[in-house]
Design a protein around this ligand. Structure first.
Ligand code: SF4
Ligand code: SF4
Length: 102
């Protein structure tokens, strides 16, 4: 299945205005790409407000809206850090691969 193309996008002012899905549906990537990741994003469930921004903006669509909080598929997360940069409450920390604090 080809990755959906975004033709235009304006970030909604309210959570209710969010589109129904992220830029790419989780699971469309056919090859694990985590091998060259240097840092991995770790979500702090205590801080996360479930605003869905990371889920919406992850370029590879590897963040799932789960319970008790959002989950990242580390087999496909490339470690770009965009989710951590965009999280409005800084609930995502980029942790160096091999470090145990994440
Ligand atoms: S952007 Fe941050 S606060 Fe929003 S859902 Fe993701 S981790 Fe939670
Ligand atoms: S680091 Fe990049 S690829 Fe990984 S979950 Fe965050 S935005 Fe997606």
């Amino acid at each position: 299945m080809p990755k959906p193309q975004i033709t235009s996008f304006a970030f909604p002012s309210r959570k209710e205005g969010m589109p129904l899905g992220p830029s790419a549906v989780a699971g469309v990537l056919v090859e694990a790409n985590a091998g060259w990741r240097t840092f991995r994003p770790v979500i702090n469930g205590e801080k996360c407000t479930r605003c869905q921004r990371c889920w919406l903006l992850c370029p590879d669509g590897v963040i799932e809206r789960g319970e008790p909080y959002f989950q990242i598929d580390y087999n496909f997360c490339k470690g770009c850090g965009l989710c951590a940069y965009e999280c409005p409450v800084k609930a995502i920390t980029m942790v160096k691969e091999g470090d145990s604090n994440g």
